[in-house]
Design a protein around this ligand. Structure first.
Ligand code: FUL
Ligand code: CA
Length: 519
């Protein structure tokens, strides 16, 4: 269960702001009374901080939902389930991480504790953990095995630690917040570098029917102290939930969002208090289609960089159930999800739930391999490579070839003040293609609001695809065309567009959807 958003996020932002000296600033305060034009200019300059920029470049990450639910065949645990039921027969975390790496993932997030409260590591602070299970006679530690395997295979490591706890006796009291911080401290100090901490917003009842008032600000402060490089996702200041669990991002996905507060003084005064005391206006609803259009920006007190993560499971459930063995998403579906998440300015977080043996099931491995083969076949040959690029209104200082040098930190931009930029690409040869990849240099912000892809037709140009936002990466699929010349026209932008990479590809026909899947 996600909490669409909550006032507490405001505190999160404050906590994150405390680390600006190291991480850069990812928000801008909007002075009152600015014209719409000036607000837009400011919006064009809001940038990710270092943590967020690094995270966005990961593109594809995986989740492992594994724990007591794996053995009880449930999605959400119950109170009083004994730790003895946790007993994987051949757990091999290296197999999980190898699978993730072969699929192309760059970071793996392990569910260290789900809502049931069972700790996948031998915590000192509770008896409800692997230490009281028969697995390895109580000497096992899943968090250690997964984090070690991540290091061995060169993936970043992340943790999901559920604040909701169905079994903790102290849930629903101040003591629980201390207990939860103790758990976080263990997970964030004993297992090396952590790249992402994933918090769900679910706040259900504990064993005595009470609910908990979470100390989000305290949790965030601890994470910043122990793992300053980790992004805090979902119920956190750095990464936003896209709003569905379908695997499909919005077609128009802005990373620059409005954020309103009553006043800066109130922010300062309220920073160590409850969310309600800070005077923040109501939450952003993550499920809305439009989060960051021009209309949404005007009237905001500040604009923040708050990028989207698309989480989805390879199976119907988040945990493994053998009845789902025939329902693993197909390679084509997984590739479509990749196009519709990574290709829509989001990071993909794909869940691979290990089974009762403690292994990723053969069916999941097979379909993941199929997906990888498909994606490799899509992007193996960039037909824009070596193209002669003629910018129609380029900035003299920025070279057009920067867009095809496979280096995301070099980019082309238009002449000062020109936002409706365009350029023509003369390909090395006349080619068939049906896919365009285009990236903005988001380190300086997200700006493009709409663009067209055209090829010559007679004496004029024919539009073969058109879209709204670009952001970190946009993948467009369209019916196959044949041409040696392509024109890209940015028809609206909030500032000078900065394009870092562009690619043209011929992908398998079956991956070109007839209609676009909406978020
Ligand atoms: C949700 C949880 O309630 C699910 O069980 C799962 O962990 C998913 C990723 O987040 O909100
Ligand atoms: Ca480049």
């Amino acid at each position: 269960m996600k909490f669409p958003f909550c006032l507490c996020i405001a505190l999160a932002l404050l906590t994150s702001h405390a680390c600006f000296s190291q991480q850069g600033q990812n928000y801008t305060v909007i002075p009152h009374g600015l014209t719409a034009d000036s607000v837009l200019k400011i919006a064009a300059t809001v940038k990710p901080d270092q943590r967020q920029a690094g995270w966005q470049e990961l593109e594809f990450t995986v989740f492992f939902h594994f724990g007591i639910n794996t053995f009880t065949d449930l999605e959400w645990g119950k109170k009083n389930t004994k730790p003895g039921v946790f007993n994987p027969s051949e757990l091999d975390a290296r197999q999980w991480i190898r699978t993730a790496k072969e699929a192309g993932a760059k970071l793996a997030i392990l569910v260290a504790k789900h809502h049931d409260g069972f700790c996948n590591w031998p915590s000192k602070f509770t008896e409800y953990s692997v230490k009281n299970s028969p697995w390895k006679n109580g000497h096992g530690d899943v968090v250690k095995e997964v984090s070690d395997a991540c290091r061995e295979y060169g993936l970043k490591f992340g943790v999901y630690v559920s604040p909701w706890d169905i079994n903790s006796k102290v849930y629903g009291s101040d003591e629980y917040n201390s207990y939860f911080k103790n758990l976080l401290t263990e997970v964030l100090t004993n297992y090396g570098e952590v790249g992402e901490v994933w918090f769900d917003g679910a706040c259900g009842e504990g064993p005595n029917g009470k609910k908990q008032v979470y100390d989000w600000a305290g949790y965030y402060e601890l994470i910043r102290k122990l793992q300053p490089k980790a992004v805090i996702a979902i119920m956190g200041p750095d990464v936003r939930w896209v709003g569905t669990e379908s695997g499909y991002g919005r077609e128009t996905e802005w990373s620059v969002l409005p954020f309103s507060s009553a006043s800066d003084n109130k922010i300062a005064a309220g920073s160590q208090q409850t969310a309600g005391a800070t005077g923040f206006v109501p939450p952003i609803d993550m499920m809305q289609q439009d989060l960051g259009s021009r209309d949404k920006l005007f009237g905001a007190d500040r604009l923040i960089w708050y990028p989207s993560e698309v989480d989805v499971s390879i199976r119907p459930g988040w945990f493994y159930h053998n009845c789902d063995d025939s329902l693993v998403k197909s390679p084509e579906k997984l590739a479509d999800i990749y196009f519709s998440s990574v290709g829509r300015n989001s990071v993909l977080l794909l869940n691979l739930p290990p089974d009762k043996r403690g292994l990723i099931h053969e069916n999941d491995i097979k379909n993941l391999r199929g997906m990888r083969t498909l994606l490799d076949s899509c992007f193996s040959e960039n037909l824009a490579r070596g193209a002669v690029i003629i910018p129609l209104n380029g900035n003299l200082k920025s070279k057009a070839e920067n867009m095809t040098d496979h280096n995301p930190s070099t980019f082309w931009t238009s002449k000062k003040g020109i936002t409706c930029a365009s350029f023509i690409m003369e390909l090395k040869q006349i080619s068939y293609f049906n896919c365009l990849s285009i990236q903005e240099n988001i380190k300086n912000g997200q700006r493009v609001e709409s663009f067209l892809v055209e090829i010559p037709e007679g004496k004029s140009w024919k539009v073969i695809a058109s879209e709204t936002t670009i952001g970190y990466k946009r993948l467009l699929r369209f019916p196959r065309v044949k041409s040696g010349i392509v024109r890209i026209r940015i028809t609206s932008s909030r500032g000078n567009p900065e394009i870092s990479e562009i690619g043209l590809f011929l992908i398998p026909e079956r991956l070109v959807p007839l209609t676009s899947h909406k978020n």
